[in-house]
Design a protein around this ligand. Structure first.
Ligand code: CO
Length: 204
């Protein structure tokens, strides 16, 4: 029931306020997260919940299949604000195994406008056609494409003028590719992290 959501919120806010009387006042005055999360809209992959981050600790952008389109004003606005104003240190592109967006990109059916949105996934699949064709099991092949797409988004993000300019000016900023398992609730680092040339991308 919708009213349950409001009831839950009231209980949560009241309990928080009781535990830490300055909590909401502090949060309302300052937003200083270290992380930008670019994830899938899938309801089963909520950034704060699976990483244990509290309100104020992660700036979040989500879209279907966690894609970085070069002309996506929504994502670019989020990215620029996160890098220039919030001065976040880490960008995490997080996809997940069994992603419905990746599946829809490859199932050969017409879904509507989403087919245009998902085009970069088909481009990635074409680039890796030979390797993917060797994987017999369809689920394993899909999951491999989920990983490949995340790697491609990390690389695409690194090529944006926003990131290139931040790195040229010596900002400490790294980009990471992670994948989440719906089956086990675990996040895995795909070890495709990027940082400014010459910087140590494993900076924590
Ligand atoms: Co998804």
């Amino acid at each position: 029931m919708l009213s349950d959501l409001l009831d839950h919120n009231f209980k949560w806010a009241t309990a928080r306020q009781r535990e830490d009387p300055g909590y909401f006042r502090r949060l309302s005055n300052l937003q200083r997260p270290d992380y930008l999360w670019i994830g899938c809209s899938d309801s089963r992959v909520p950034a704060n919940v699976i990483t244990g981050l509290e309100p104020g600790e992660v700036f979040v952008h989500r879209n279907v299949a966690n894609l970085v389109h070069r002309a996506d004003m929504n994502l670019l606005s989020v990215l620029e604000f996160a890098v220039e104003s919030l001065e976040i240190k880490h960008i995490i592109v997080c996809g997940h195994y069994g992603c419905g967006g990746v599946r829809a990109a490859m199932d050969g059916h017409r879904h509507g406008i989403i087919d245009h949105w998902l085009q970069p996934i088909r481009d990635t699949a074409d680039e890796h056609e030979d390797g993917l064709a060797k994987i017999i099991d369809p689920e394993t092949r899909l999951n491999q494409l989920c990983e490949l797409s995340i790697r491609a988004q990390v690389e695409g993000l690194a090529r944006t003028p926003i990131i290139q300019s931040a790195w040229k000016r010596g900002k400490t900023l790294s980009i990471h590719g992670w994948i989440y398992g719906l089956n086990d609730g675990l996040l895995r680092d795909l070890d495709c992290g990027l940082a400014a040339p010459g910087a140590d991308h494993e900076q924590k």
